[in-house]
Design a binder for this molecule. Structure first.
Ligand code: TXA
Ligand code: MG
Length: 373
């Protein structure tokens, strides 16, 4: 209908990969002009792609919510390129924050501060605090610098879908809704930044990420815990302190079930379940590691990475969830991974994607004694 097509934006996509592009200056000029004029630019960061707008302009921030279909109580992260931008948007910089910034910025760490009046409530979802991050990615930094304002940017996916780790994922969700997509290729980390709240004592991790609990403990020389609402099995009435963590994010269209136990036993169980479902006429997907690949003979098998290098698992998780959507499988079984270090973030996203559906195999029982239901 006509009204609808009037609302459609003519989305441009430009590569900002240096070896592939000659007119970079022109591209960044066009991108930063869009931000200055209140438009939307999707851009790569080291974690996932962001959907950017001028974070100090309430109308621009509101456009982000519309494009993503995001609930308006879910605040945005402000991305900065230089420390002097921080002083204008936060009331104070606690000592712990200073230590974290010094050690991890630019990088995949978001810090919660008390906001100044310059930051509109449209950006913070009505909160008195603001989330800030200095990304470690040339394209992100150049876009922020040339725009001259902090850029509010949630992950550049439709609300509820897996976060985008490539420009084609962004286009899948937001083509016709954003003015420009900067294509920087596949991202390096693949999971969203760690979020730490330093407005409380002691600081709390609101979302685990590449900067791990151990790393934060070591830098701050004190205990630092995960927001209790994020711990597996937490009571349902405890609300997460990062509003976004309460939504069923990262969800694939098919039912996703995680099988947890000793690696080989897990693989045997997954193969057994996959064969059962296939016999029932279901299309089955399997998320497995290279080490256990040989166990899987049924369904659509996707190798997510290797257990020896958990980074590979993080890098491929969201892409694989999207690929399963496309393949229209009915049910997906996934191996589970160690929750140590970066594994905490990987399992946090995977369990969320599965809507908490985990089959726990008892470590002492052989597969034949495993209780079925
Ligand atoms: O890696 C990342 O952080 C990516 C890239 C683009 O930088 N961004 C990202 O943004 O993941 P988003 O909007 O998808 O996630 C932001 C999270 C949400 O869970 C939100 O609720 C939380 O940060 N958040 C933002 N401001 C907050 C605040 N003032 N207090 C508590 N949580 C906040
Ligand atoms: Mg997100």
């Amino acid at each position: 209908m006509e009204e609808k097509s009037e609302n459609k934006v003519n989305t441009k996509i430009f590569s900002v990969i240096e070896t592939k592009t000659e007119n970079l200056d022109q591209i960044y000029q066009e991108a930063s002009n869009i931000i200055k004029q209140g438009g939307l630019v999707a851009f790569p960061t080291e974690t996932v792609y962001g959907l950017g707008a001028n974070g100090l302009d309430k109308k621009a921030a509101a456009k982000i919510y519309t494009a993503k279909g995001r609930p308006s109580d879910n605040p945005l992260i402000l991305h900065i390129a230089e420390i002097k931008q921080l002083e204008k948007i936060v009331k104070q910089i606690p000592e712990d924050a200073e230590k974290l910034m010094e050690r991890y910025w630019p990088g995949p760490l978001t810090i919660i501060f008390e906001k100044t009046d310059l930051v509109p409530y449209e950006t913070t979802g009505g909160l008195e605090t603001v989330a800030v991050r200095m990304p470690d990615h040339t394209a992100a930094r150049r876009l922020i610098q040339e725009s001259g304002v902090p850029i509010a940017a949630p992950s550049a996916n439709t609300s509820g879908r897996p976060s985008p780790t490539s420009a084609s994922h962004v286009a899948e969700d937001l083509f016709g809704k954003v003015d420009l997509i900067l294509d920087g290729g596949s991202v390096g980390i693949g999971l969203e930044s760690t979020i730490v709240d330093v407005t409380v004592m002691p600081p709390v991790i609101l979302r685990p990420g590449y900067i791990t609990q151990e790393m934060l403990r070591e830098t701050l020389k004190k205990e630092i815990f995960l927001d209790t609402a994020l711990i597996q099995g937490a009571a349902k009435d405890i609300k997460p302190k990062a509003p976004g963590m309460k939504y069923r994010h990262y969800a694939p269209k098919a039912e996703l079930i995680i099988v947890e136990g000793l690696p080989e036993k897990t693989a045997e169980k997954i193969q057994e379940l996959a064969a059962e479902k296939t016999a029932e006429g279901k299309r089955v997907g399997i998320i497995g590691t290279k080490e256990l690949q040989k166990y899987y003979q049924t369904g659509l098998v996707k190798i997510i990475g290797t257990r020896e290098q958990e980074e590979t698992i993080a890098q491929n998780l969201y892409r694989i969830l999207r690929e399963f959507d496309e393949a229209q499988v009915d049910i997906i079984y996934s191996e589970s991974f160690s929750e140590k270090n970066f594994g905490q973030a990987i399992m946090n996203r995977l369990v969320k994607a599965a809507g908490n559906k985990v089959i726990k195999l008892s470590k002492n029982l052989s597969k034949n004694k495993e209780k079925k239901n």
